[in-house]
Design a binder for this molecule. Structure first.
Ligand code: TYD
Length: 130
């Protein structure tokens, strides 16, 4: 299920702190963490779906839009705070665009990297979700 999730935010005069614990704040065990940064203006990332991997994405810095498509409808999720994120379940086509200068996208994933997990062809994706 696609949804945004609010993360704990520990307010402190010394600076705030937020947390992601696997199977607690997000509904899967964390196997991998990666981040996307130094994205040139106008570029986009993604444009694929993952067969059996759930992911959770947070704008640790700056802002960007995550466009999700479940095969029926497309919806845009602007992310611009480090204390909430977007749950992207398996078999959802995602594109990340409109990166602001110096934005940093953190992605936590339910699986180790596996190139065979990717569906990069949109028609193949539509067949897979049918
Ligand atoms: P890709 O997932 O296509 O990038 P994005 O969806 O953000 O546009 O990954 C880009 C390249 O990085 C591709 O060659 C696979 C490699 N990669 C890894 O080796 N390990 C990883 O965990 C990820 C996410 C990508």
């Amino acid at each position: 299920m696609i949804k945004t999730i609010n993360l704990p935010k520990i307010l402190d005069e010394r600076g705030n702190l937020s947390i992601i614990e696997g199977e607690s704040h997000i509904p899967f065990d964390i196997k991998r963490v990666y981040w996307i940064y130094d994205v040139p203006g106008g570029e986009f990332r993604g444009s694929h779906a993952l067969k059996d991997t759930d992911e959770f994405i947070v704008a640790l810095s700056g802002s960007f839009d995550v466009v999700l498509d479940d095969g029926k409808e497309e919806k845009k999720f602007p992310l611009n705070r480090s204390y909430y994120g977007l749950l992207i379940p398996k078999l959802v086509w995602r594109k990340i665009e409109n990166f602001s200068t110096n934005s940093l996208a953190l992605v936590v994933s339910s699986k180790f990297f596996d190139a065979d997990e990717y569906i990069r062809d949109y028609d193949q994706f539509l067949n897979a979700v049918k």
